[in-house]
Design a protein around this ligand. Sequence first.
Ligand code: ATP
Ligand code: PRP
Length: 213
Amino acid sequence: MSDNITIAVSKGRIFKDAMPLLAALDIYPTEAPETTRKLILETNRPEVKIIIVRATDVPTYVEYGAADIGIAGKDVLLEYNGNGLYEPLDLKIAQCRMVVAELKNSRNEDRGGRKRIATKYVNIARNYFASQGKQVEIIKLYGSMELAPVLGLADQIVDLVDTGNTLKANGLVEVETITDISSRLIVNKGAMKMKNDLIKPMLEKLTEVVAAK
Ligand code: ATP
Ligand code: PRP
């Protein structure tokens, strides 16, 4: 019998959306990430801990077994180059879509036929444009992608869109949808075997809760 389980979650929107799912598993953190600087949160269940990590680091903690399970956006998983993970369930939280966007009145600078794309999602962008047979130049940014076309740094961006408010506020329009995005439950491969007595019932309950939504 396994005796403990560690869950990796990022603070912000995923933590907020994950709270009702954790509650359905009878897991309630004793503190909230907004009100504590602690990165390991105890819960009402002594055998369950929640660790708070950057969204992009969740797969790393889970792949290496520092956490047994985690919740990560599909965008993060598509960018992540690892293979020590199971991704058994779409939790249907933090839903949005990955798009290509450009200035509303795009100037289409002449760059010898190769568009310049600014994005935090280099792998997703590279794979997408390759699948379209388009040669592009990709510029890696870490945020505020919407600025790049406005200042002439790039012709287009690849970014997440939900309401469309951020694009609109910066004079951009969506031109192509790459894929729908939501957050997934991820499980360390070893933990899936060794801690199956704890993980299996969690998975079954979550599957039920997500299906009922
Ligand atoms: P990091 O801190 O590692 O840079 P981040 O800033 O992207 O990550 P969040 O903004 O908390 O982290 O986003 C977490 C996840 O939520 C993303 O990976 C994505 O799956 C989803 N997401 C991002 N933006 C939106 C949005 N506007 N609406 C809904 N879901 C979103
Ligand atoms: C995300 C994304 C967009 C915005 C889209 O940013 O990178 O900028 O949300 O959402 P909307 O279509 O509803 O406006 P986020 O809020 O996570 O900010 P960050 O990239 O600085 O973390």
